[in-house]
Design a protein around this ligand. Structure first.
Ligand SMILES: [Zn+2]
Length: 340
């Protein structure tokens, strides 16, 4: 029967063609042989010209051919998909346990200097203290003898938290009152940490920077003790004899207050661009603790006194390594960080 021969021929040629089809060609193959307008459908249009018996036989043959081709199509499809997945797994294989090729990390320069500073002050009998970065108005300003209308409280300097009388601490001096309330005098503390200001950034200003607060409380301390501690620390830190001088400076929490200058480490005194030809570089504010601050910390100013200083940690690191822009510290720039 010619129609049955046609079906057999179609089946053979479809199977042969399937062996050559890739994934992209599969849909086309299906449409060509088994689709509504495909070859098999065309052949079966001849059924109407056959006798009932012939039609039954040819119909059965066509049914088996369709089943066989459908099954072959599915098998081919699965095998091609699996091969494609295998190829992808082989090319994109990633070993989660393989060591990374990015080299070793290390401590940030600020962290290195912080630990060094803690060691140097610990040797001098200081205790390392810590305080929260989110502070109360009282600890950051009020108890440090800032008046209610002091300009430092201004929105332009301080990051206030919404709806609270809380703020991001603007200096590590906030640890002073906490220390007095926590420790029994006499004591010496150093408190390194992160501080925040609401301000435009440039080469020497960051909205996030690092300080180390120092405070010593005892009986009969004087400015001479302050100078001695600062000289000892700075000479150890810069690994050479360092000369310091004090100029009057006004800060609400000290009386008298000073700006401590360090003799220029670059030129040694005669003057250079780094010290703006003055021979001195302004380094830190300090002074004798104001009686109001002692009272706020629960200490009797008739018995106890002391000094405090606020080391600019970021500035210290910049001076030691001659870093020209404070914004490098938080840039996340690996080429900068890898130098330390
Ligand atoms: Zn100089």
């Amino acid at each position: 029967m010619p129609l049955i021969d046609d079906i057999s021929t179609l089946e053979q040629s479809a199977l042969a063609s399937l062996q050559d089809a890739d994934l992209a060609a599969l849909e086309g193959w299906y449409a060509k042989f088994l689709g509504k307008k495909g070859s098999l459908t065309e052949i079966l249009k001849g059924l109407k010209d056959l006798t009932p018996d012939e039609r039954k036989e040819a119909g059965s043959r066509a049914h088996h051919a369709r089943e066989k081709l459908e099954a072959s199509y599915q098998a081919r499809r699965q095998s091609l998909s699996r091969a494609q997945m295998d190829a992808r797994l082989a090319s994109e294989y990633w070993d989660a346990l393989r060591p990374l090729q990015t080299g070793h990390g290390h401590q940030h320069p600020i962290t290195q200097i912080t630990e060094e500073l803690e060691d140097l002050f610990t040797v001098m009998g200081f205790t390392v203290m810590d305080g929260p970065e989110v502070e109360t108005d009282a600890n950051n300003f009020g108890k440090l003898n800032f008046s209610d209308d002091h300009p430092a409280r201004d929105m332009q300097d301080t990051i206030w938290l919404k709806g609270e009388s809380a703020l991001m601490r603007t200096h590590t001096s906030s640890v002073q009152v906490r220390s007095m309330q926590l420790l029994k005098p006499p004591f010496r503390i150093v408190a390194p940490g992160r501080c925040f200001r609401f301000e435009e950034t440039d080469a020497s200003h960051e909205n996030t920077f690092y300080q180390a607060e120092g405070m010593m409380i005892d009986k009969d301390l004087s400015v001479a003790n302050l100078i001695h501690v600062m000289k000892t620390f700075l000479s150890s830190f810069f690994e050479r004899d360092v000369n310091v001088r004090l100029r009057p400076g006004f800060f609400p929490f000290v009386e008298p207050g000073f700006e401590l200058d360090i003799q220029c480490l670059v030129c040694g005194g005669p003057g250079c661009p780094v010290c703006k030809h003055s021979g001195w570089v302004e380094l830190l504010p300090c002074g004798m603790v104001h009686p109001n601050v002692l009272r706020a910390g629960g200490l009797d100013p008739n018995i106890w006194n002391g000094f405090a200083f606020g080391l600019g940690l970021s500035r210290l690191v910049m001076m030691r390594y001659a870093i020209e822009d404070i914004r490098h510290f938080l840039s996340g720039n690996l080429r900068f960080l890898e130098k330390f």
